[in-house]
Design a protein around this ligand. Structure first.
Ligand SMILES: NC(=O)c1ccc[n+]([C@@H]2O[C@H](COP(=O)([O-])OP(=O)(O)OC[C@H]3O[C@@H](n4cnc5c(N)ncnc54)[C@H](O)[C@@H]3O)[C@@H](O)[C@H]2O)c1
Ligand SMILES: O=P(O)(O)OC[C@H](O)CO
Length: 338
């Protein structure tokens, strides 16, 4: 039996914890809300994040990080990107005392503004400076709501060590979630992070009443932007035609389960960003990652007009219609740039 500490008792953390317990592993779920932990332990549900859902009764929730980590073979991070660095520091202090070196799996999808770093780069900063092989990224089209219902899902596990990705594949897989391995953790993380920005744009278009052609154009040109940034970061171009690239872009830009899409929709209907984020009550990663993407575009002179337009609307008070007009009137050019 594998002992797994899942960090983050929100929607995705709870569903992954339950799935791993279904797979027969011992799971400790670490959260920061007492009422959520109590409900998980007493009623085996998490109604704040997952309505009408019962989780595996063997999942134990705790607010004590040391308790969650004790004896763990794997630490699965399912926190918002904004919390990764601070929790990683706390994890480091606890692991230093025990001397253990569990695998670090990240299911978090975002880029940290300021540092402009992916989650595995934060792990290197804070936890394992010399061993990227122990880090595995879990990413793909996977809304918690669907996995909770045991709907069919396919997800990528990426690591610089294909052997370690394959070990995780055996631990995570079951009859309703199929995992594939990849040796491109950078490309997989960029796909998972930047699709959230494009999904906000997709929601905005829908909220403003634009149709299917606009959605398809946005997703296709959005994928070109994701690929451009991913390759600049050292990712492999073909990764973006996989589950963590086009796959996740499709699900996030077309599903009402997507918080990023829903946030975009409400913005497209004229609501204010602060209200949208406050009412969501859950993380909208694209709203943060777009800041990092903006910084990256500046630093590396990358051409990412859709992501930049979202940044202008969210943080510079730009009008969505004017941004669309600017984008449609940009200098014309070839579709494929090599
Ligand atoms: N929900 C999904 O369907 C889904 C699917 C795939 C990936 N993801 C990714 O997983 C990550 C988490 O998403 P989610 O949907 O579970 O978010 P969520 O908003 O549902 O839950 C996040 C949880 O983290 C907790 N948290 C925040 N800061 C913390 C801290 N410092 N210490 C401990 N807990 C803390 C919050 O209280 C909350 O319970 C995001 O990066 C998201 O993009 C989500
Ligand atoms: O609800 P979202 O927009 O955060 O998307 C969740 C997952 O990333 C979908 O794969």
């Amino acid at each position: 039996m594998t002992k797994i500490a899942v960090l983050g008792a929100g929607s995705w953390g709870s569903v992954l914890a339950s799935m791993l317990a279904d797979n027969g592993h011992a799971v400790e779920l670490y959260g920061n809300r007492q009422e959520v932990a109590d409900e998980i332990n007493q009623k085996h549900s998490n109604s704040r994040y997952m309505k009408d859902w019962s989780m595996n009764s063997k999942v134990h929730a705790t607010l004590d990080l040391a308790e969650a980590l004790a004896g763990s073979d794997i630490i699965l991070f399912v926190l918002p990107t904004s919390a990764i660095r601070s929790v990683a520091k706390q994890v480091k202090a606890i692991l230093d005392q025990s001397g253990s070196k569990p695998y670090l799996v990240s299911a978090t999808k975002g880029i940290e503004p300021g540092s402009k770093k992916l989650v595995t780069q934060i792990f290197r900063d804070e936890l394992y400076p010399d061993n990227s092989d122990l880090m595995i990224v879990l990413s793909g089209p996977s809304h918690a709501e669907n996995v909770a219902q045991k709907d069919l899902t396919a997800i990528t596990l990426a690591s610089t060590s294909l052997d370690n990705a394959a070990k995780m594949q055996r631990i995570f897989s079951n009859e309703y979630v199929r995992f594939y391995t990849s040796n491109d953790p950078v490309g997989v993380q960029v796909g998972g992070a930047v699709k959230n920005v494009i999904a906000i744009a997709a929601g905005m278009l829908a909220g403003m009443g634009y149709g299917d052609n606009a959605k398809a154009a946005l997703m296709t040109r959005g994928l070109a932007e994701i690929t451009r940034l991913g390759v600049a970061f050292g990712g492999q171009p073909w990764t973006f035609s996989g589950l963590s690239g086009i796959g996740d872009l499709i699900v996030t830009c077309t599903s009402v389960n997507s918080r990023n899409w829903r946030a975009g929709y409400q913005l497209g209907q004229g609501q204010k960003l602060a209200d949208v984020l406050a009412n969501m009550g859950q993380v909208v990663e694209g709203a943060t990652t777009v800041k990092a993407v903006h910084e990256i575009c500046d630093k590396y002179s990358l051409d990412m007009p859709i992501s930049e337009a979202i940044y202008h609307v969210l943080y510079e008070g730009a009008d969505i219609k004017s941004e669309i007009k600017l984008m449609m009137n940009r200098q014309m050019g070839p579709e494929i740039r090599i």
